[in-house]
Write a protein of this length. Structure first.
Length: 127
């Protein structure tokens, strides 16, 4: 085997290890994607898909697809998962989403939409 084949074989093995780890660990896959700075579109067809997709559900990216797509993407999620996304992306202060009388279900999605779409508008104005 020459050095060219060995180098290609080593690269193939490296990518295989990364791919297997990313398949096992969605958070690791999300970190890889963030490092590449590539937006990822996630299709959620079942409730089981939600947990694996959580690290990839960037509300700012989804907001760029419009309100209907946003509601379709986030509307089927549990309130606890929506709150995790709200916290992770700093869409609202914690006191706005917790406690008695805090928004639930569609109201949480609306809160997310308003924050994410407002941020997208600010970004667009800077262009």
């Amino acid at each position: 085997m020459n050095s060219h084949s060995s180098a290609l074989g080593a690269l193939d093995a490296f990518w295989d290890v990364l791919r297997r780890q990313a398949e096992r660990d969605p958070a690791f896959a999300a970190e890889l994607t963030k490092a590449l700075n590539i937006p990822v579109e996630v299709k959620i067809e079942t409730s089981a898909d939600v947990q694996g997709a959580m690290p990839f559900l960037d509300p700012f990216v989804v907001a760029g697809k419009g309100v209907d797509h946003f509601r379709q993407t986030f509307g089927q999620m549990k309130d606890a998962d929506l709150r995790k996304i709200i916290k992770a992306f700093n869409l609202a202060p914690a006191e706005a989403t917790t406690g008695k009388g805090s928004p639930k279900g569609a109201a949480l999605v609306t809160l997310m939409w308003e924050a994410a779409s407002a941020q997208r508008r600010r970004w667009d104005e800077r262009k």
